[in-house]
Ligand binder design. Sequence first.
Ligand code: FMN
Length: 123
Amino acid sequence: MARVHGAEFLKDSPLGIVVCADPEKSDVWVEDSSIASIFIQLASESIGLRSCWIQIRERMHNETVKSEEYVSEVLGIPSGLRVISILSVGYPDETKPPHRKEELQHEKVHLNRYGKYYATIPT
Ligand SMILES: Cc1cc2nc3c(=O)[nH]c(=O)nc-3n(C[C@H](O)[C@H](O)[C@H](O)COP(=O)(O)O)c2cc1C
């Protein structure tokens, strides 16, 4: 595949999984295919691999061509199918530290009513 913006690293990745959905079969295809994408990421993680979500839906390949059109053309994906993501999967060559607890945005967690902050997150 030549180029999808924000996906340059895919060319060096041993595996790219293109996640597609059929809107005729599900009116919640965005949610379905997002969950499928995330599960692929979790499954990859569970066997020691790492992955990165490459956004395809609602992104542009260039000024005139949508990323979805480009990917579908390159891979011969039938026109009825929508492409939501490509998951780049590979072996990690670095370990990133997890986000520190103090960085977590606890103020975005609300309890019972929006605006009522759940300030203390149980550990
Ligand atoms: C919906 C979605 C789309 C993303 N699209 C891209 C992308 O096109 N290119 C990319 O390099 N990373 C993409 N990412 C990965 C994020 O940039 C980021 O690396 C990932 O969410 C982990 O961030 P965190 O460690 O700060 O939580 C995407 C992530 C999500 C959830």
